[in-house]
Structure formats: structure tokens, C-alpha cells
Design a binder for this molecule. Structure first.
Ligand SMILES: Nc1ncnc2c1ncn2[C@@H]1O[C@H](COP(=O)(O)OP(=O)(O)OP(=O)(O)O)[C@@H](O)[C@H]1O
Ligand SMILES: [Mg+2]
Length: 352
């Protein structure tokens, strides 16, 4: 959401998602309905040295800008990616957002009023954060303007600016992952959808209501914990356990894999249910559908398990849908879609 001084409408843009287990970069070009996938690339972090870690409930992750920049330079160079304009995503727990109404007023007056309102809504000092805001279209009712306000700690802005500079990229803006994921993977704008990003270390459940982000809640049960549970129960090293998990997941009849994974997935499901219930109670409407993103969305049998338990339609994110790309890539892009959904959404923002 945080835009840098001048807005450049470019023909191509990079979306870069720095996750704990891997960095994904997507290069898109075009505009409107004609988007071309130019390139995509991923670099995995060694299991013992993640790109980004978070101490419990901290809002600012620990990153190593030098290591990340070096990795980015290598993978972008190897893929011959020339585009320099980039949108980086930041973890949802690092971004604070809220909504409020303002009476009808001019654009200049809004800017002042937002600053004033921000003091009442944001649990930080305004000197510690960078603010960004936008008018939520379609919600201008009864002479009121609905504002979405986003605040990002200045420390995050400076860390990502450093990564971009060291990688020789032009940082066009930063955006919380939930906004990018919603842009790439929430196509039905008139529905109430729960977007669930299940990564390696963090899971985030966000609610998108008529195209507007209404809730975002992150917790720490995710893919790596699933692998660790398999590794411990079957006495396998991490890599072997990871392979078994990815290949068989909940469909495995052998080695009790399903029984090992279900208790942890039950915890994930409980956290998701809490977000859904909290939303339904306060907004008196219910979630119509779930969309799963993040690498762990690919766990065999997960979609079906969620669908059975929640009794709601569950879809796997397919962010490359409708882009132009070589037909040969069709199957691969379906498979990697959920992992790249955040990077795709960020790149799309750069083409808007
Ligand atoms: N086919 C698969 N089946 C099950 N899990 C998978 C599969 N493919 C990837 N994963 C899991 O997805 C996780 C990585 O997902 P992702 O790339 O979204 O994480 P990340 O963005 O690096 O992490 P985070 O967002 O938590 O910081 C790993 O735990 C990996 O084991
Ligand atoms: Mg992630």
C-alpha cells in the first residue's frame, strides 16, 4: 500500500514475495485484461537459515538484507530478468490496517482528516509509521466516505528499501501480503471470501468482503510444523519427511501420515473458524467460500478436508488464470499457483 514518490505506470513489473522458506519473483507485462507472464523464479532458503523469522507476536520480522539481496541478484540474473521496477510484499503481521468514515470533503481535506483520525485508530506513534490510505469505492453511503488506512512501521520500510537498493531494483511500493493475495486470487468481487495463506512458518486468514479486506489474522502453525511432526513421528530427517508430506499428504494410507498430520491441521482449522465466527457475528453475514494460497495449500487432500469440515466451497488459488503464457506451462502453473499467488498479486499492482 505504501507508494513511493512518483507513480510510474510501467509496461512490466516485478512482484517479490520474501517468505521464510523461499523468495518468489514474478515478472508480468501488459495491462487490463491482457497480462503476459514474462518470467517467474524462486530461491529456497536452507532449512536452518530462513530468509525471514519472527519472534512470537513481534510485528517486525528479522531479515538479513544482504543475504536476501544477493539471492535476488543471483536468481534475477540467472533468469535474465531485466525489469527493475518492483513491488515487494511485507508480512501481514507487519502491517496495521483499519477503516473509518469521514464526512464528504475535498481530496486535500481528506489527507488532513486521515492524519487526524489515524491518531485515534493506530496503536503506534505517528512518527514511527508510514501511512497510506485509500477511499473504498462503492461504500460512499449517506454522504460519508469510507477510508481504508494502512500503517507500516518505518523500520520495515527502511529494511525493504535497503533490500531493493542492494538488489539494484527500483522499489515502486510495499504492500501487505493479504492485499496482493486478494488481487491475484479473489476474482469474485461480490462475495464474502476467506483467503487463507498457509506458508512455511505463518498462516494468515483474511476476509475479503465485496472486494474489500475486512480482517487479517496471522498465527504460527504452518507447513514446517507439519514436516517436523512427520519427521518426529517416523524418525526421518527433515528432507525425507518433507518429501513424504508433499507426495502423499492426507491421502496416504501408509505410515499413518494422515493421523500424524490431522491434529495439527485441526488446530489450523480451529484458528480459521475463530476468524470466520468473529466476522459473522460482528457483520451479520457469513463466509461464502474459502480460497487457499501459500505452498501448504498444495498438501494432498487438504482442500477436501477443509471442505468436509467447514461445509463450504474451498478453492485452491490459481493466480495465473487468464494470463498469456506458453501452453506448455499450463500444468506447471496450476501446480505452483498457490505458492506464487502473493508475488503475482504484487506484480499486478505495478501494472494498474
Ligand atoms: N505439494 C505440497 N504439499 C504440501 N506442502 C507443500 C507442498 N509444496 C510446498 N509445500 C509447503 O509449503 C511451505 C512453503 O510455502 P510458502 O512458499 O508459501 O512459504 P513461505 O512464503 O516461504 O513462508 P511464510 O509465508 O510462512 O514465511 C513449506 O512448508 C512446504 O513444505
Ligand atoms: Mg509466505
Amino acid at each position: 500500500m505504501i507508494s513511493f514518490p512518483f507513480k510510474i505506470t510501467s509496461k512490466s513489473c516485478l512482484g517479490i514475495d520474501i517468505g521464510s522458506s523461499s523468495i518468489k519473483a514474478v515478472e508480468l507485462s501488459g495491462s487490463g485484461k491482457k497480462i503476459k507472464l514474462e518470467n517467474y523464479v524462486e530461491a529456497s532458503a536452507p532449512q536452518e537459515k530462513p530468509f525471514l523469522t519472527r519472534e512470537e507476536t513481534e510485528t517486525i520480522p528479522t531479515l538479513s538484507p544482504q543475504d536476501i539481496a544477493l539471492t535476488l541478484q543471483i536468481i534475477l540474473g540467472q533468469s535474465r530478468i531485466k525489469t527493475k521496477k518492483a513491488i515487494f510484499t511485507i508480512p501481514d503481521y507487519s502491517s496495521f490496517f483499519t477503516w473509518f468514515d469521514l464526512p464528504q470533503m475535498s481530496e486535500e481535506e481528506i489527507a488532513e482528516a486521515v492524519k487526524y483520525e489515524a491518531r485515534q485508530h493506530i496503536p503506534f506513534s505517528l512518527s514511527e509509521v508510514t501511512l497510506d490510505w485509500q477511499i473504498i469505492e462503492g461504500e460512499k453511503k449517506e454522504g460519508k466516505i469510507k477510508i481504508l488506512l494502512v500503517a507500516v512501521p518505518n523500520e520495515i520500510v527502511s529494511q525493504y528499501s535497503k533490500i531493493a537498493a542492494l538488489s539494484q531494483l527500483e522499489l515502486q511500493s510495499l504492500e501487505a501480503e493479504a492485499f496482493s493475495l486478494a488481487r491475484s486470487s479473489c476474482r469474485e468481487k461480490n462475495k464474502t471470501i476467506a483467503l487463507v495463506d498457509i506458508g512455511a512458518r505463518t498462516t494468515t486468514c483474511s476476509i475479503i468482503d465485496n472486494g474489500v479486506l475486512k480482517r487479517s489474522y496471522s498465527f504460527d502453525i504452518s507447513g514446517e510444523e507439519l514436516t517436523q511432526a512427520v519427521s518426529k513421528a517416523l524418525n526421518l530427517d527433515f528432507q525425507k519427511a518433507e518429501e513424504l508430506k508433499k507426495n502423499y499428504g492426507l491421502f496416504s494410507k501408509e505410515k499413518n501420515l494422515r493421523e500424524i498430520l490431522l491434529p495439527l491441521l485441526g488446530l489450523v482449522l480451529n484458528e480459521i473458524k475463530k476468524v470466520l465466527e468473529n466476522f459473522s457475528q460482528s457483520e451479520t453475514k457469513s463466509i461464502q467460500k474459502l480460497v487457499l494460497g501459500g505452498g501448504s495449500a498444495l498438501l494432498p487432500g487438504l482442500r477436501e478436508y477443509f471442505e468436509d469440515d467447514l461445509k463450504k466451497e474451498v478453492e485452491i488459488a490459481d493466480p495465473f488464470f487468464n494470463f498469456s503464457y506458453p501452453p506448455l506451462l499450463e500444468k506447471t502453473l496450476k501446480e505452483i499457483g498457490p505458492s506464487y499467488a502473493i508475488a503475482v498479486g504484487a506484480a499486478l499492482r505495478g501494472l494498474e
